[in-house]
Design a protein around this ligand. Structure first.
Ligand code: GLN
Length: 264
């Protein structure tokens, strides 16, 4: 079996170690004998390669880089991405990239950046005087059906541990939140929503990078993309995850959330 991971604009969009998500997916596939091709989706990349991907990863970016990306992500490239996400190609999008999948992102300075409108949400920076949302972020995944699918995989509630750093605030419209904030700001610091979930696309403000510390999400993405590609039920072999589990325990203890330890 083989997976092609499409990595959106690797040099423009990979703040706070988001490339770790790609490495994590790649390694967890290879450890199971699943072949992986990482396809960088950048300005020079043609539409044929956009069409080849089975799983999409998008990282964070600064406002200026987001603008450059959106100048390129137009026409056929945008259409392919939209069709893939609409039709259930799994993806994980962090911070700046979900802002671009929504209707628009309004930076503190400069013009509104029009997004792809795949996720029914908008993002706005409240201005240069406003505090950025920075710190550790913990949330419970509550979206359907991913929450119950993860619960079955894990045998417990899916708790995500990450780190956020964003100026923009995201307001969801007709799209379900990925989860509910336990600690941190989440989408906007007001309504306790964390991220968004649409088809098999996960949008989140959680860097970390997200997947090495929340390895069950990586496995969910791999499983979904193999199932979609090969049209059959996939059972992934278990991996030795003691390091990831120890890191999660240490973080929850440090954040005074030891009450969640049984759900690690
Ligand atoms: N530029 C966006 C913001 O500050 C995204 C930042 C990021 O991706 N870390 O809101």
């Amino acid at each position: 079996m083989k997976i092609a991971i499409g990595w959106l604009y690797p040099t423009l969009m990979s703040t706070y170690g988001d490339r770790g998500n790609v490495i994590c997916l790649q390694r967890r596939c290879q450890w199971r004998g699943i072949e992986v091709e990482v396809i960088p989706l950048k300005r020079e990349t043609g539409v044929a390669q956009f069409n080849q991907v089975d799983l999409i990863v998008g990282g964070g970016a600064q406002d200026r880089q987001q603008e450059i990306v959106m100048r390129d992500l137009q026409g056929e490239k945008a259409q392919i991405l939209q069709t893939k996400i609409d039709q259930g190609t799994p993806g994980v999008f962090t911070c700046g990239s979900p802002q671009l999948l929504g209707h628009y992102y309004e930076p503190a300075l400069g013009k509104r950046i029009e997004g792809l409108g795949i996720l029914d949400m908008v993002s706005q920076h409240p201005g240069i005087e406003a505090q950025r949302c920075i710190g550790n972020l913990v949330f419970e995944i509550t979206a359907t059906p991913i929450a119950s699918e993860l619960q079955v995989m894990l045998g417990e509630k899916p708790i995500v541990i990450g780190f956020e750093n964003h100026g923009g605030r995201t307001y969801l419209q007709d799209v379900q939140p990925l989860g509910k904030v336990i600690k941190g700001y989440g989408n906007n610091g007001e309504d306790q929503t964390a991220g968004a979930f649409y088809q098999n696309a996960i949008a989140t403000y959680s860097h970390g990078p997200l997947l090495p510390k929340n390895q069950f999400i990586a496995d969910w993405l791999i499983k979904k993309s193999l199932q979609k590609k090969y049209q059959q039920e996939i059972t992934l072999t278990a991996l030795e995850d003691s390091l990831a589990i120890a890191a999660r325990k240490a973080m929850l203890q440090r954040l005074d959330l030891s009450n969640l330890l049984s759900t690690v």
